[in-house]
Design a protein around this ligand. Structure first.
Ligand code: GUN
Length: 282
């Protein structure tokens, strides 16, 4: 089975749009997401455009603030301070990666954690690891949703995660653990990686290398979630971290690239923005 993140996201966005359509009357306004894009990295530009498009579909107000890569850290922190203080802004997202002269950790920590729709603020990260209510990071949240919709029973399963980033690898490992999987966290320095991954019932790949996972690394009937967004060096087309054509016949469930995890990430960002908005209305 191929899980279409695109179709699932589209149906979830329709449901959210119906809910948001009632907000003007109930709360006098709609949720407002502010996105900050620094520089012109093509990947980041495309993500930010996708976020603005999804906001429009759901009925969320979107402000995209674009600044050149030469912006100073101080100036960026100033923009965040203004957005923090603005009661009409519910969610703040700084598109990563930031230019090297800017300390990303400092920038993320400067965001009001009640407006941290990415779930990257240290307070939200701590809450996640202590199993307390928090804003969940979008990609991991989207992955768990996809597994559930596909009817994958996570409890007791052997889940292997490749990649240990703050954005995907670490939080998705924690969410899989919370679903009672037995989780193995692997990375570029793992020895005999193929041996470890071939024993996975659920394999989540977020390493950022085109077609890194080959068919011999995947066991028969595995559930394979591909988080990668890369350019195929041979064809120039978008491709994942998984050799889809070779692995799809072996896998019981697999996500495509494009049209898999990516649309679900954006969908969960919309959900998080609504969540932060609703918390303020209480
Ligand atoms: N860059 C890659 N993924 C993400 C994400 O989920 N959020 C932000 N802010 N930047 C990213």
């Amino acid at each position: 089975m191929i899980i279409s993140g695109k179709e699932l996201a589209s149906s979830l966005k329709q449901q959210m749009a119906a809910e948001v359509a009632t907000f003007e009357e109930r709360y006098g306004r709609v949720p407002h997401l502010a996105v900050i894009l620094v520089g012109e990295d093509p990947g980041s530009v495309s993500y930010v455009t996708g976020k603005a498009k999804a906001s429009a579909e759901v009925g969320i107000k979107n402000t995209t603030i674009r600044r050149p890569a030469t912006i100073s850290e101080e100036e960026l922190l100033g923009i965040i301070a203004e957005l923090n203080a603005d009661d009409a802004v519910d969610g703040i997202l700084v598109q990563l990666p930031l230019p090297k002269h800017i300390d990303s950790d400092k920038v993320i920590a400067a965001i009001d954690c009640s407006k941290d729709v990415d779930g990257f603020h240290p307070m939200n990260v701590a809450a996640l690891w202590q199993k307390q209510p928090c804003v969940l990071p979008c990609t991991p949240k989207g992955i768990i949703k996809m597994l559930k919709v596909a009817g994958v029973d996570i409890a007791g399963k052997n889940a292997v995660v490749i990649g240990r980033s703050n954005i995907v690898g670490l939080p998705v490992s924690k969410l899989l653990l919370d679903e009672n999987a037995t989780v193995t966290m692997t990375h570029s320095r793992t020895k005999n990686l193929g041996e470890v991954t071939s024993k996975a019932d659920i394999l989540v790949v977020a390493i950022g290398r085109p077609k890194f996972v080959t068919a011999d690394m995947v066991g028969d009937g595995a559930v394979v979630i591909d988080v990668g967004v890369n350019r195929d060096p041979e064809t120039g087309k978008l491709c994942g971290d998984v050799d889809f054509a070779a692995i799809e016949p072996k896998a019981s469930v697999i996500t495509p690239v494009p049209g898999g995890v990516g649309p679900m990430t954006i969908c969960c960002l919309m959900e998080n923005t609504i969540e932060c908005f609703l918390k303020k209305q209480a």
